[in-house]
Design a protein around this ligand. Structure first.
Ligand code: FMN
Length: 338
């Protein structure tokens, strides 16, 4: 059984007491990991989900709408929220408010590589300012009762100083009592280019065997996910672009992990049904127009699952109403009614 083979005496199945049943979790994905995506990934086996990153200032200003962090569903637990900011005290205040919404875990973003974010000294930038990052962990830890985790890239760049700072921040955060870390094996400089180096994930688990360590980077198939678990000894994986493009990756991961055969790829009818389910939740969240725009992105990303990807791509690029989807469902997916 693969599950037994990759389990060691240090494998953790909880983050600060919040259990996760399998190693397969959904990554925080800005613009994607909303309630609708989280629910369909859960239905396919994701055992822990993450809300997309939210700015502390938005929370402190009592921002409203789907990104406010208030859209939780009892069926979507355990769930982590993720905050990003500049000022440690404000991050603590925002964390307190987020935790009051009912999140099981509060995660701090030290990884975002977006230019505007770096320009405002947030996200991945903080890997270059260890003392601010550490103070942020201290404030957030003091502000909430739920477990606190951090998300880090393996450094700002390839320099030895960057590596040194990675370890300095992580060691201090562990001393302050974080319950877990998500390590993305790319540098901030790399953004989403090139390959992720997984060695650092294994090093983190070896140095901190009692910490819940989740790996991130280049996880597109179930085979990738199991390979990361095997090669690094991490406790779990956070599936990102792989889950946007193919949420069935969770079902496949679970099957292989349990020593079963990998299931057949989703049929066109299964793909259409999942789209229907996700669209319905999105409509309740956003209203029809915005939900349709949101679903257009998913349809395009998932076009590769169809034998005629270009045709699907073209159809979703112009998707602008539920009638359009009914037509695509019938003409391209061959499914007439729900
Ligand atoms: C569209 C998109 C949005 C993302 N949003 C977030 C986010 O909100 N918070 C976060 O920590 N990481 C975010 N990430 C990074 C992913 O969680 C993940 O670490 C990264 O994509 C590497 O995994 P992959 O190579 O398997 O996609 C995002 C990535 C993508 C592609």
């Amino acid at each position: 059984m693969i599950q037994a083979a990759i389990q060691t005496e240090h494998t953790k199945r909880d983050i600060g007491g919040i259990p996760f049943e399998s190693p397969f979790t959904l990554a925080a994905l800005s613009g994607y990991s909303d309630l609708a995506m989280r629910m369909v990934c859960r239905s396919l086996g994701a055992c822990l989900t993450r809300h997309e990153v939210v700015l502390d200032q938005f929370i402190l200003d009592h921002g409203t709408g789907p990104k406010s962090g208030e859209h939780l569903d009892p069926g979507d637990r355990p769930i982590a929220c993720q905050l990003m900011g500049r000022d440690p005290v404000e991050m603590g205040q925002a964390a307190r408010r987020m935790a009051s919404f009912g999140y099981d875990i509060v995660d701090i973003n030290f990884g975002c590589p977006v230019k505007k974010v770096l320009g405002r000294c947030r996200g991945g930038f903080l890997l270059s300012e260890p003392e601010t990052a550490i103070q942020m962990v201290r404030e957030v830890k003091a502000a909430v009762d739920v477990p606190v985790t951090i998300k880090m890239r393996r450094g700002l760049d390839e320099s030895p100083l960057s590596r040194e700072r990675f370890w300095h921040i992580l060691s201090a955060a562990v001393d302050l009592g974080i319950a877990g870390v998500v390590v993305h094996g790319r540098t901030v400089d790399q953004r989403y280019e090139g390959f992720a180096k997984w060695e650092i994930i294994g090093e983190v688990k070896s140095r901190f065997p009692h910490l819940a360590v989740m790996g991130s980077g280049d996880l597109y198939t179930a085979e990738d996910c199991l390979r990361m678990l095997r090669e690094t000894g991490c406790d779990g994986v956070t599936i990102a672009r792989g889950a946007i493009e193919n949420p069935w990756v969770f079902r496949d991961c679970l099957a292989l992990w349990r020593g079963e055969e990998k299931p057949a790829p989703p049929t066109l009818a299964e793909q259409a049904k999942l789209f229907d389910d996700q669209y319905e939740i999105a409509i309740n969240l956003y209203g029809l127009e915005r939900a349709t725009r949101q679903m257009r992105k998913f349809g395009i990303k998932r076009s590769k699952l169809h034998p005629e990807p270009e045709k699907v791509h073209r159809a979703f690029v112009t998707l602008s109403s539920s009638d359009d989807w009914a037509r695509v469902r019938s003409e391209i997916y061959g499914v007439d009614s729900r």
